[in-house]
Structures are given as structure tokens and as C-alpha cells.
Design a protein around this ligand. Structure first.
Ligand code: HEC
Ligand code: HEC
Length: 209
């Protein structure tokens, strides 16, 4: 089974990601066993489960997220392409099969209730139209018209916690998060102001799916 790209082919863009979406890798994730994944998830829910409204913690929700996206992020933590001390330690104990299983499990869970919908005119323009002057493509072109995510590894944003969305956009902006293939998100985040990031985060958090 080939999940990992040969390291030579990523060297030019390092540090990025070692995940390559071969047919084998896609099938491996698609065949993840959600029931086995449920057992693995027992160790995750303390941080990733539903949390009370207005909880300021920035642990991301995993429920309802694309399995392929979750799988890629977990592999990236495991091999160090995405930096997080907490997640690296947790992933070190999981096999590729555990990771596919827990991805299958979370992708099938219903989303926690979304935050109250918020309207931000500027954010909505960026989402739907982007900004030609800054060569910013609309977020919806990749993340879907209602933030539901798209094949293969473009994540759902709708209903994610605002605090997490903001923190991770700032991490792309500063290169602290650098596991996006072809730097797609880093190039975009660098064009956004802090206020735009805050508004986009709160807009997507309040978007139902
Ligand atoms: C002690 C708290 C904690 C535990 C337990 C934990 N995580 Fe995490 N997880 C985090 C934090 C914090 C982040 C965000 C790190 C970052 O900024 O990249 C994260 C990020 C993630 C992400 C990336 C989400 C995204 O939208 O990009 C995935 C996937 C993930 N965790 C899966 C798991 C799984 C599966 C388990 C259980 C096997 C688990 N985590 C256990 C704290 C935790
Ligand atoms: C060219 C396609 C593309 C466009 C346009 C785009 N994104 Fe993304 N985005 C991606 C991909 C692919 C990823 C996953 C990258 C990775 O593996 O880290 C991502 C990841 C993200 C994440 C991380 C989510 C998580 O769970 O960790 C956020 C937040 C995000 N994008 C917000 C935005 C916003 C806001 C816009 C518009 C200003 C936008 N994106 C425009 C492709 C795109």
C-alpha cells in the first residue's frame, strides 16, 4: 500500500506534506472501519467532542469532517509535517489502520450544534467572490458553496469552532502551519488582514451544513 510519497518528490516544497492520494491510499481510507474507529475515538473526545457554547478552547471539531482530510492531517502530525506536540504524541501510538478507522468514525458523526449565524458583509464577499486585486480566489471555489468541504482533502469549515478557524488561519499566515500542498492556504492567508481572518472564522462557525 502506498500512502506516503517518496520523500524526494516532496523535498522541493518541504516542509509540506508526505501524503499522496494514490488510488490505493484513497481506497484504504474509504475502507476505514467506523466501528473500530469508535473505540479509538474514546481517547479523543475529551478534547475533540462537543463543548459548551462559548467555550473558548480551540480544539477543533472532527465530527462531520471529510475522512480523507482527517486522515491526511493525522499522518501529517505523525510524520511532523504539521507541528503539534500534543497531536504528534497521540498519533505516535496509532497505526495507519487505526487512523483510517478513526477518520471513518468521525466523518460519519453528526456535527455539534453550530454557533449562532453571524453576517459579515466583507467576509461574505471574500467567500463568494474573492478579491481580484489581491489575486484572492473565493473560499467557496474550494471549500464548497456552503462550506461543506470538497474531495479530496479540502476540509469542511461550516460549523467548525471560530477560535480554532482563526488560530489555524493565523498559523498558515505565519508559516507555523505549513502542511498544505502547493502552499494553497498559506498564499491565501498571507493576503488577509487580521480583521478579515476574525470575520471569516466567525462567519464559517455560524454556517449550518
Ligand atoms: C489533549 C487534547 C487532544 C487529544 C486527546 C486529541 N487531540 Fe487532536 N488536536 C488537539 C489540538 C490542540 C489540535 C490542533 C493542533 C494544531 O494547532 O494543529 C488537534 C488537531 C487534530 C486534528 C486536525 C483537525 C483539523 O481540522 O485540521 C485531527 C484530525 C485530530 N486532532 C485528531 C485526533 C484524534 C483522532 C485523537 C484521538 C486518537 C485526538 N486528536 C486526540 C488536541 C487533542
Ligand atoms: C485553492 C483552493 C482553496 C481556496 C481558494 C481556499 N482554501 Fe482553505 N484550504 C484548502 C485546502 C486544500 C486545505 C487543506 C490544506 C491542508 O492540508 O492543510 C484548506 C484548509 C483551510 C483551513 C483549515 C481547516 C481546518 O480544519 O484546519 C481553513 C480555516 C481554510 N482553509 C480557510 C479558507 C478561507 C477562509 C478561504 C478564503 C479566504 C480559503 N480557505 C480558500 C483549499 C483552499
Amino acid at each position: 500500500m502506498t500512502i506516503l510519497l517518496a520523500s524526494a518528490s516532496v523535498a522541493a516544497a518541504a516542509p509540506s506534506s508526505r501524503i499522496g492520494w494514490t488510488t490505493d491510499a484513497l481506497n484504504f481510507v474509504r475502507n476505514g472501519d467506523a466501528e473500530k474507529g469508535m473505540a479509538v475515538a474514546q481517547t479523543c473526545d475529551a478534547c475533540h467532542g462537543a463543548s459548551p457554547e462559548n467555550d473558548p478552547s480551540s480544539f477543533p471539531y472532527l465530527s462531520g469532517q471529510l475522512a480523507t482530510y482527517l486522515f491526511k492531517q493525522m499522518q501529517d502530525y505523525k510524520n511532523g509535517s504539521r507541528a503539534s506536540q500534543i497531536m504528534k504524541g497521540i498519533m505516535a501510538n496509532l497505526s495507519d489502520q487505526d487512523i483510517a478507522d478513526v477518520a471513518a468514525y468521525y466523518s460519519r458523526q453528526p456535527l455539534p450544534p453550530t454557533a449562532a449565524p453571524l453576517r459579515f458583509e466583507n467576509a461574505e464577499i471574500l467567500v463568494e467572490h474573492g478579491d481580484g486585486k489581491r489575486i484572492l480566489p473565493p473560499c467557496a471555489a474550494c471549500h464548497g458553496s456552503s462550506g461543506q468541504g470538497e474531495r479530496v482533502d479540502t476540509p469542511a469549515l461550516a460549523g467548525q469552532k471560530a477560535s480554532y478557524l482563526e488560530q489555524t488561519l493565523l498559523a498558515y499566515q505565519s508559516d507555523a502551519r505549513a502542511n498544505d500542498l502547493y502552499q494553497r492556504m498559506r498564499l491565501i492567508a498571507r493576503q488577509l488582514s487580521r480583521e478579515e481572518i476574525q470575520q471569516l472564522a466567525r462567519y464559517y462557525a455560524g454556517l449550518g451544513r
